[in-house]
Design a protein around this ligand. Structure first.
Ligand SMILES: Cc1cc2nc3c(=O)[nH]c(=O)nc-3n(C[C@H](O)[C@H](O)[C@H](O)COP(=O)(O)O)c2cc1C
Ligand SMILES: [Mn+2]
Length: 484
């Protein structure tokens, strides 16, 4: 597993998956235009290293996770299903068959210890310490022409709950206002916002540390929808199969990943808000300007030769498609712990992830599809599911056309649509109110008489077995003849 992001970049280079841009390209709108083109080329395009962004003292790396193969490489697996299998095994410990068996299984406890982060004294991310450092040293991108300014788009924001001391790491964009202040765009439903809520109740300042260019597994983990109170570092340790090395910050009482490229240390005051945005977002629309907390920088530390790692969001497909896909696979076995009837789920990037959710279930009782909708609407960040389409287990939800076929033929909107209201994604501009709006569930399963549907429903078309086998043979021969 990669100890830091630069070794990941080097490996991408060796594999021919890194495009180096030697000519000067401006962080103001030009780099993002190149990244957007790369992301929209087949398969996600290459990772990009801008060696000399104009006016900058360090290179800019982007689209590092922007393909299926790079996302897998980042997580150290051959396929995302492999991670899913590992998570499944880890969360399904074998039952001991007796006392001796239980003793033999003791290493499980050690494994738990292996998940705890390790504190180190010397860290690459603190090779240079600059108490007077400013954000003007960083080649922060302005990505879309209507943006309110430059935004740090891939920051790992680290906070502690002021009451419980529980750590959270989340990825929240930061709009650069000047050398020493940025916006802090943690949305109200997120971990960082909860810590800030507690700090405000106590009337206290909340210390914040921000890691830029952390190792690949950690960077992914900050985007993962971990249940509140579960440390993202645990997930990182499970995925990386090693303990995460952390180092104490210089000016705040927080630890940061030792291998990061750059660290911003600072705080957010209670009560302070400032206009943030607009920002060209992953919805393909500008998120409108709104008031958000403010981050005050008090110290920058970094490596001797740091790389500024960033991402560009916009209308899909963009790099976050692959981060989202990783979460889809990694969290499926975990969601199945409470909802074992789920066969598969898919959040197509084209439908803006949780705005269109496709779920297949092993339907066991009347109303089962509705139970799944309600469960999603009540489970962590799945609450953001705006439109949920539930299908039977024999429908492949990874195939969007197949779901469209089934939904188009199996749904009577007067009978099968559930409309409700509740909290919605902060980014949902269509909702009646900010963060509060409508949700829709579509039951596209076969309806049962016990659900009040007694009208005969037709079978799906499938060729007869014998002729199908004969057709296979004939087609195989045809293919042989045409390829010869
Ligand atoms: C590229 C990218 C940018 C993101 N920007 C934000 C953001 O500005 N604000 C936010 O609340 N969530 C943002 N997210 C989503 C959060 O990182 C995600 O919901 C994460 O699970 C939050 O972690 P938490 O539950 O610990 O708060 C972003 C995700 C990605 C991949
Ligand atoms: Mn969290």
């Amino acid at each position: 597993m990669f100890p830091d992001i630069t070794s990941f970049i080097d490996e991408l280079d060796r594999r021919g998956e890194l495009a180096r841009v030697a000519e000067p390209v401006s962080p103001h709108l030009e780099i993002s235009a190149v990244v957007d083109r790369a992301c929209k080329s087949p398969g996600g395009g290459p990772a990009l290293l801008f060696e000399q962004p104009s006016g900058a003292s360090m290179p800019v790396a982007a689209n590092l996770f922007g393909s299926l193969s790079r996302m897998c490489l980042a997580l150290g697996v051959a396929s995302l299903d492999e991670v899913a299998r590992e998570i499944e095994e880890l969360t399904t410990p074998p039952m001991p068959k007796g006392f001796m068996d239980a003793i033999r299984m003791m290493p499980l406890v050690n494994r738990l210890r292996d998940l705890m982060p390790k504190t180190v004294k010397d860290a690459p991310c603190q090779e240079v310490v600059k108490p007077d450092g400013g954000l003007d040293e960083l080649p922060v991108l302005t990505t879309w022409p209507g943006d309110g300014g430059p935004f740090i788009t891939l920051p790992l924001v680290i906070t502690r709950d002021p009451e419980t001391g529980m750590r959270n790491i989340g990825l929240y964009r930061m709009q650069v206002y000047d050398r020493r202040t940025t916006g802090m765009h943690w949305q109200r439903h997120k971990g960082g916002a909860q810590h800030h809520r507690v700090a405000e109740r106590l009337g206290r300042r909340l210390e914040v540390a921000v890691a830029l260019g952390a190792d690949p597994v950690l960077t992914y983990s900050a985007t993962a929808p971990m249940p509140e109170g579960l440390d993202e570092l645990m997930l990182a340790a499970v995925l990386a199969k090693r303990r995460v090395e952390m180092v104490q910050c210089r000016t705040v009482d927080l630890e940061v990943p030792a291998s990061a490229q750059i660290v911003l240390e600072g705080y957010v005051e209670p009560g302070e808000r400032r206009r943030e945005g607009p920002f060209g977002d992953h919805t393909g629309l500008y998120s409108l300007a709104d008031d958000f907390p403010v981050f005050h920088l008090q110290c920058i530390t970094h490596r001797k030769h740091p790389v500024y790692v960033t991402t560009v969001v916009g209308r899909p497909p963009m790099e976050d498609l692959y981060l989202g896909l990783a979460s889809e696979r990694i969290f499926l076995p975990l969601i199945r712990k409470t909802l074992p009837e789920i066969v598969d789920m898919h959040f197509p990037a084209a439908g803006i992830f949780h705005n269109l959710v496709l779920v297949s279930i092993d339907k066991r009782y009347p109303g089962h599809a509705r139970k799944i909708m309600n469960a999603f609407w009540g489970l962590g960040q799945l609450m953001f599911s705006k439109c949920i389409v539930v299908v039977d287990r024999d429908v492949n939800v990874q195939d969007e056309a197949e779901v469209a076929w089934i939904a188009g033929t199996h749904v009577d909107p007067a009978r099968d649509v559930v409309i409700t209201t509740g909290p919605v994604d902060d980014l949902d501009a269509a909702a009646l109110f900010p963060a509060f709006g409508g949700k829709m569930g579509i039951d596209a399963t076969r309806k049962w008489p016990s659900e009040g549907v007694t009208r005969e429903f037709p079978e799906r078309l499938v060729m007869a077995e014998g002729p199908a086998r004969k057709a296979d043979e004939i087609v195989a021969k045809l293919l042989q003849r045409t390829t010869r």
